[in-house]
Design a protein around this ligand. Structure first.
Ligand code: CUA
Length: 334
């Protein structure tokens, strides 16, 4: 009995130390949404369970190795023990209750993250190979960055035109697959002003790792100002702009495959491309003029440059003005 008490005390102490150590590693990113609070509560319960189980296994093991070790001169055989019904019942029933309790709390936490606010701001999110696009139907604007007002629930309606992606901002904790052919939804209530990054959490092709976009949580006033600025931008009828093209080059993920310094990439470099003569894989030679570049962006499979593989570049479903901006940028790289 004495051994049991000593081991129990050691297990409790070890559990406390392991849990404190786990927390000191700071395993969870900043908490920036109400949905993150419930998820983290579950995480901490898991951490406690992990710390306890780890201690429950290692402490009796090490204790036995030291206290019950073979002494010099001891040549006897250990006592034969034929099972223990009480112990087996105990280690069946306790884990069973624990698992049921965790599933109940998990279901509650899931319910909390799905709680609906009828006043939620709606944003239509398109995840495509390999970028994100955000449309605000209430304001008639489209953006490459997700701007959100703080402390207001946002309902993200997610769609994909190509393959499965997954919308994930670690600071918000919740994650949702973006599935072609159906709309999925995710609700987030940001609580902390700041800049975050949405990343794609589902392997979706060569540039999966570059499928990142900024997520900016701002005050309601800053959000209104941003909306007004965006609305003005979209009404201003401006011609193609190389600066905007360069931004698109960076945010859409073009830079993952096309260099601007002449170096080899997955796709042809953009340096000196505009107006140059390009040999295609069927042996013909064309001039990379505006029409050719526009076609190549719209329909990447229409003409393949010699030495590059077909089917590598997806169709990005860009607006005509975006294509014009990109071509203006390519032209500036002569
Ligand atoms: Cu989209 Cu990975």
């Amino acid at each position: 009995m004495r051994h049991v008490v000593i081991v129990a005390l050691f297990v409790l102490t070890m559990t406390f130390l392991v849990y404190t150590g786990l927390n000191a590693l700071n395993p969870l990113p900043t908490q920036a949404a109400t949905q993150a609070v419930v998820v983290d509560r579950m995480f901490h319960l898991e951490f406690i369970a992990i710390a306890f189980l780890f201690s429950l296994i290692t402490v009796p093991l090490v204790y036995s190795l030291i206290v019950f070790r073979r002494r010099p001169g001891d040549t006897g055989v250990g006592r034969h023990i034929e099972g223990n019904i009480k112990l087996e019942l105990l280690w069946t029933i306790i884990p069973l209750i624990t698992v049921i309790a965790f599933s109940y709390m998990g279901a509650q936490a899931l319910g909390d993250t799905l709680r609906v606010d009828p006043q939620a701001l709606q944003v239509k999110v398109t995840g495509f190979q390999w970028a994100w696009r955000f449309e605000y139907p209430d304001y008639g604007i489209t953006s490459n960055a997700l701007y959100l007002p703080v402390n207001r629930q946002v309902l993200l309606r997610l769609e994909s035109p190509d393959v499965i992606h997954s919308f994930w901002v670690p600071e918000f904790r919740v994650k949702q697959d973006v599935v072609p052919g159906r709309e999925t939804q995710l609700r987030i209530t940001p609580t902390t002003i700041g800049e975050y990054t949405v990343r794609c959490a589902e392997l979706c092709g060569v540039s999966h790792a570059y499928m990142r976009s900024p997520v900016v949580v701002v005050s309601q006033e800053d959000f209104d100002a941003w909306v007004a600025e965006k609305q003005e931008e979209s009404t201003e009828a401006t011609g193609p702009d190389a600066g905007r093209g360069q931004k698109l080059y960076e945010t859409l993920g073009c830079k993952a495959c096309h260099s601007v310094d002449g170096s080899e990439g997955v796709g042809p470099t953009w340096k000196g491309l505009f107006g140059s003569e390009v040999e295609l894989d069927d042996g013909s030679v064309v001039v990379a003029d505006e029409a050719f570049l526009a076609e190549s962006i719209r329909e990447p499979g229409a003409a393949i440059v010699a030495g590059f593989a077909e089917g590598t570049m997806p169709s990005y479903a860009l607006e005509e003005s975006q294509i014009a901006d990109l071509i203006a940028f390519i032209e500036s790289l002569k």
